[in-house]
Design a protein around this ligand. Structure first.
Ligand code: GLN
Length: 542
């Protein structure tokens, strides 16, 4: 079922196999009909993750990149929508020579063609393909059919891993294996048998449960891996190795195991666990609530990036979710409470709800010297705030919210406007990696100096960061804002697009916003330099 941890399992499996010296290629299959994840409300499906290529995809791709420290190509993601669209478009173009185009075999063959295209491109030793959804449901069955054929064609090179959930009903207090038994039966009906079962549960599996599953599911007992809940997801690869998972997989794939190297990873996890000195960060957003539950999944990459940075600084991260709506209408008391935070972060977002609350929080952070980090919308709103309260453009706004504002400091560039007018929303965003030149002597420049980003010959640093937005800082207002004291410390190489804004260090310990999403490029072994700089400054506040 969703939420059981297939993405983190896939990533962790990839991590332990890559630590044995194999090149890993992670792929994700999502059963929904959306052609990509770009048009989905984050409350529906969690964060929309963006690849270097600009593909908008499932948050699991973010897990793959974080665990494996790689940039995953667009070929490694497919949805039912993508596959069906391709086949239907091909049929309309007479691509099947008059045949009757049935889902089997035409859709399943297209799925296999995509898998092959990805493995050919990456030339990896092992591909790990995650099939989303739940075994036995209607949505993903065609992918199981493709998986069956894959095994049929390559009997020695394919193995199946079932990630299953073992509930412990409150009143009974005993771990139940029955749902897993039925899941195996459901997979069997596709002509597939799992080689390995990853048993997710609150607690570790005991021997009795392992024996029971082995007997009833026809899976060797050593291939049943206990995967209890953990506080820190980066522990999972290490837990898998306690059950010898990489050795089991390599044996089943007939690959000779090489020396294990998880040293860096172990140190990183250890450091995260042993840090005790707290750092309190408030994230001010609006996509938190689903019914009565808080949905932090929407900001998963931001949470992980903060954890990575806190880890490397040896600090314990305390994160609070602050609802932007609470700061609207000049709620002075509420704002005053923000003084308790070491740092405030305003993430990306869309639309009107919560905007004035976010602007009030940004103003407070700027005036009170609280470290502030704005991401995408958070950066745009920092520009609006500065324009209104410092540059004297009282009614400044983004045209996303007020198309008639007399001071459109954030606006769509002319080339985008045409597409929006045609309601062609699928293709109107600036997506994926774009270059950015950093200005000497700024907070941003200094942050990247600390990291391994490459210096350009002219002394400027050229970085590449990922984007997902329609609006930009309006070039017509750059000079006015600069005169009022705002520093544009990162720009596109042609100078037209503002990528990073900040306040001079003499004025504020850390007030910085990025038009891009740095959270998409942070990994636990290589925390993102701007997140590290933000938390360093937040740590100094205390
Ligand atoms: N809504 C803003 C835009 O479209 C910001 C988007 C974002 O934060 N990802 O430009």
């Amino acid at each position: 079922m969703s939420g059981v941890g297939k993405g983190v399992t896939t990533s962790s499996l990839g991590k332990i196999l890559s630590a044995r010296g194999f090149k890993i290629n992670p792929l994700k299959i999502d059963p929904y009909l959306n052609v990509d994840a770009g048009t989905m409300n984050p409350i529906e499906h969690g964060e929309v993750f963006v690849l270097d290529s600009g593909l908008e995809c499932d948050q699991d791709m973010g897990n793959y990149e974080r665990f494996l420290d790689v940039s995953v190509p667009a070929e490694n993601y497919m949805t039912s929508g993508m596959v069906y669209k391709y086949v239907i478009d091909k049929e309309r173009a007479l691509g099947y020579g008059g045949k009757c185009v049935d889902p089997v075999p035409y859709i399943s063959e297209e799925i296999l063609r995509r898998i092959k295209r990805s493995t050919d491109k990456t030339k990896a030793d092992i591909s790990i393909i995650e099939i989303g959804g739940t075994v036995g449901e209607y949505q993903n069955s065609i992918f199981f059919e493709a998986a069956r054929v894959l095994k049929l064609k390559h009997p020695n090179d394919v193995l199946f891993v079932l990630v299953s959930y073992l509930p412990i009903p409150n009143k009974v207090g005993e771990m139940k294996t029955k749902p897993t038994q039925y899941a195996v039966r459901a997979i069997n009906s596709y002509g597939i048998h799992p080689d390995i079962i990853i048993a997710r549960s609150d607690r570790p599996l005991d021997q009795k449960r392992k024996d029971k599953l082995a007997f009833s599911c026809n899976v060797p007992v050593k291939n049943i891996i206990s995967a209890p809940d953990v506080d820190n997801i980066y522990d999972i690869p290490l837990n898998f190795e306690k059950d010898g998972l990489s050795t089991t997989v390599l044996k089943l794939l007939r690959l000779r195991p090489r020396q294990e190297d998880l040293k860096d990873w172990r140190q990183m996890v250890e450091r995260m666990k042993t840090s005790t000195k707290e750092l309190r960060i408030g994230v001010v957003g609006k996509y938190f609530k689903t019914g009565d539950y808080v949905l932090s999944d929407v900001y998963i990459s931001i949470i992980e990036s903060l954890k990575h940075a806190a880890g490397i600084l040896g600090r314990k991260l305390i994160l609070d979710w602050l609802d932007a709506g609470d700061y609207e209408d000049k709620k002075i008391d509420k704002l005053a409470e923000l003084k308790n935070y070491d740092g405030l972060l305003v993430p990306g977002g869309f639309g009107e709800r919560g905007v004035e609350g976010k602007i009030a929080v940004i103003k407070f952070a700027r005036e009170k010297g609280i470290p502030f980090f704005g991401l995408c919308y958070g950066m745009q709103l920092a520009v609006v705030e500065y324009a209104r309260h410092v540059a004297g453009l009282k009614r400044a706004h983004t045209t996303e919210i007020n198309p008639k504002t007399p001071a459109p400091v954030i606006d769509v560039l002319p080339e985008q406007r045409e597409k929006i007018a045609q309601a062609d929303y699928g293709g109107t965003m600036r997506l994926g990696a774009y270059p950015c030149e950093l200005k000497h002597g700024t907070t941003a420049f200094d942050a990247y100096v600390d990291s391994s980003y490459k210096l350009q010959a002219n002394g400027y640093k050229l970085i590449h960061e990922r984007h997902r937005h329609r609006y930009e800082v309006n070039p017509d207002y750059v000079v006015t804002l600069e005169k009022a004291g705002l520093v544009f410390s990162g720009r596109s190489p042609d100078g037209r697009l503002m990528e990073i804004v900040e306040l001079p260090k003499a004025q504020h310990p850390f007030f910085l916003g990025t038009q891009f999403h740095p959270e998409f490029k942070s990994t636990p072994l290589h925390p993102h330099p701007l997140f590290v700089a933000f938390l360093k400054s937040a740590g100094a506040k205390k």
